[in-house]
Design a protein around this ligand. Structure first.
Ligand SMILES: CC(C)(COP(=O)(O)OP(=O)(O)OC[C@H]1O[C@@H](n2cnc3c(N)ncnc32)[C@H](O)[C@@H]1OP(=O)(O)O)[C@@H](O)C(=O)NCCC(=O)NCCS
Length: 164
């Protein structure tokens, strides 16, 4: 493998409870703009947030890594049988390079394998990137006032095709 390829190797996997520090570090590194888009406001209590997600074993946190550096995370929070709420962020310097799209495809494929049927995501109408990605994954987007809700029907998406 060439050096260029090994430098940009992107890997995805589920994160474990004992990796919460990594996730908190990623959140602490984000610009205000990314925090605003991720949390739809200027949220800062990342430690409590990540601890609460890891405290429920039905939730899943996925990570995207480049050369062992965590560059993106996607949290899937269990809502009800077969239904999860998802939220994602990619480190500022790595945005716009296709990582978010691939992390969502990886998470969708894994969640479908675990029996998930529906995924829900919330965003603001000015978040063009996530809205563009949501449409790529055939999400049904409904916007009202300052919030857009996207519903993904995993049964009608060929997620494995999206992984390639
Ligand atoms: C949203 C986010 C996760 C996307 O990850 P990413 O790696 O930057 O996204 P990708 O590079 O995979 O794809 C971005 C897509 O948005 C599109 N896009 C970018 N700017 C756009 C704009 N102004 N209008 C329309 N589409 C736009 C790109 O063209 C690209 O689609 P393409 O691959 O078809 O060209 C990332 O930007 C991020 O972390 N943002 C801050 C947090 C956030 O908004 N989270 C989502 C809400 S929970």
């Amino acid at each position: 493998m060439s050096i260029a390829k090994s430098l940009t190797k992107l890997e995805f996997r589920e994160l474990k409870n004992n990796e919460s520090k990594l996730v908190i570090e990623l959140y602490n590194s984000l610009s205000n703009e990314s925090i605003y888009h991720r949390f739809r406001g200027f949220f800062r209590d990342f430690e409590r947030y990540i601890t609460s997600i890891f405290s429920d074993p039905r939730n899943v946190i996925y990570g995207a890594f480049i050369n062992n550096e965590l560059v993106g995370v996607l949290e899937a929070v269990y809502l009800s049988d077969g239904c999860y709420e998802i939220a994602i962020v990619v480190k500022d310097n790595y945005q716009g390079k296709g990582i978010g799209t691939r992390l969502i495809a990886f998470a969708m494929s894994d969640l479908k394998r675990r029996g998930a049927k529906t995924l829900v995501a919330h965003t603001t109408p000015d978040n063009y990137r996530i809205l563009a990605i949501s449409r790529k994954f055939h999400g049904t987007v409904k916007c009202m006032y300052e919030e857009c809700t996207t519903v993904f029907n995993l049964q009608s998406i060929n997620v494995d095709q999206l992984l390639n």
